[in-house]
Every structure is written in C-alpha cells, then in structure tokens.
Design a protein around this ligand. Structure first.
Ligand code: SF4
Length: 74
C-alpha cells in the first residue's frame, strides 16, 4: 500500500516560521519580488498571486500563504 503524504503545513500557521521570520527578517511575499507590478498588485508573469502576497503570511489569513517558486528578490 502506498503511503499518502500529508499536505505540508502552511507557513502562516507554523510558529517556528513566524518566530524566525521576525528574528531573521525573512523576506517573503510578492511585494518584495522583482516581478511584482506595484501599480495594480499583479504578477508580471500573470500568476494568480493572492497566496503569495505578504498579507497571506499573516496568521489566519485567507488564502493561506505559500511560497512562490519564481520569487526573485527585487
Ligand atoms: S513571481 Fe511569484 S512572488 Fe513574484 S510577483 Fe509573481 S507570484 Fe509574486
């Protein structure tokens, strides 16, 4: 029988992530990405980015934050 992997926990609800994010000033979120269009809040690659914006990483945010594979620090 194949073992089913559980979904990874969202970083927004991970106390260790939140603690280390503050402690080390971790940079996450579209707003810090070179591909973010500040004029209208969209992604230059046209990705749906609601779950990648900075606000999505706050505890309890919907949709839950997830890391973007295309994130590139601006
Ligand atoms: S590439 Fe990813 S992190 Fe960057 S703006 Fe687009 S969705 Fe956001």
């Amino acid at each position: 029988m194949k073992r089913k992997l559980a979904d990874p926990p969202s970083p927004q609800n991970d106390p260790r992530f939140q603690r280390e994010r503050a402690e080390f000033s971790l940079v996450v979120g579209c707003e810090r990405c070179v591909y973010f269009a500040h004029r209208d809040g969209t992604c230059a690659h046209r990705y749906p980015n609601a779950a990648h914006k900075l606000s999505a990483f706050e505890p309890g945010a919907e949709p839950a934050g997830s890391f973007c594979k295309e994130f590139e620090l601006a």
